[in-house]
Design a protein around this ligand. Structure first.
Ligand code: G16
Ligand code: MG
Length: 214
């Protein structure tokens, strides 16, 4: 029996990918190159440092660890400037209605994100109160597809992995859920999120009844 729902943040509840892209692109330009929106897709769900490594590879640029720390901090400062201005209007279609319905149904809910900036985003979009536990980039050491982020969520909610459904837009996130022994609902393209138990375009296409039929 499903008792808990674990939500990824970026790409499931809000669209911060555009802001990550703006900030990373600004950083790439300071090093003399750019990268496409299509390449940006590959950065979804992966950690800040893994993102930077990929971008430096795209630009054919080598940096020392100290320089990388500085670059990541600079990008994050720009990114935080952008998300500081976010409002609840930037929640993805159906997100709030789904959270409300799930809460009413009595499911426990946790956030499972790779981001270290979740508190700003949750506060500005006014959805923090829905979550009984928050696991994010500040509390995990291994990033998705490692299941740590979701296993910690289940542990904090006091439920077993097989009592959880994970909501994820990234392939690595679906993989993390599966490795953790959980069910997964993919938000996005079913030709990409192949391992998900079910795939929808957005939470607006999903009902509580769908969860029971999974
Ligand atoms: C999000 C984004 C990733 C980003 C990561 C780390 O993950 O999808 O693109 O690299 O967070 O973010 P930050 O630099 O804010 O710590 P998720 O798991 O919420 O999709
Ligand atoms: Mg995501």
């Amino acid at each position: 029996e499903i008792k808990a729902l674990l939500f990824d943040l970026d790409g499931v509840l809000v669209d911060t990918a555009v802001y990550h892209y703006q900030a990373w692109l600004r950083l790439a330009k300071t090093m003399g190159f750019i990268f496409t929106e299509k390449q940006n897709e590959e950065l979804k769900g992966i950690s800040r440092m893994d993102s930077l490594d990929k971008i430096l590879r795209w630009g054919n640029v080598a940096k020392s660890d100290t320089e990388k720390q500085e670059l990541a901090t600079r990008k994050n400062d720009w990114y935080v400037e952008l998300i500081n201005k976010m409002t609840e209007e930037e929640l993805l279609p159906g997100a709030v209605d789904f959270l409300k319905a799930a809460h009413k149904e009595g499911y426990q809910m946790a956030l499972g994100s790779a981001s270290k900036n979740t508190s700003i985003i949750l506060k500005n979009t006014k959805i923090a109160h829905f979550f009984d536990a928050i696991v994010d980039g500040n509390s995990v050491s291994k990033s998705k597809p490692n299941p740590e982020v979701f296993l910690k969520g289940a542990e904090l909610l006091n439920v077993k992995p097989n009592q959880c459904i994970v909501f994820e837009d990234a392939e690595a996130g679906i993989e993390a859920a599966k490795r953790g022994g959980m069910k997964a609902i993919g938000i996005g393209d079913k030709n990409i999120l192949l391992r998900a138990n079910k795939v929808v375009n957005g939470l607006n296409e999903l009902t509580i009844k769908d969860l029971k039929e999974l």
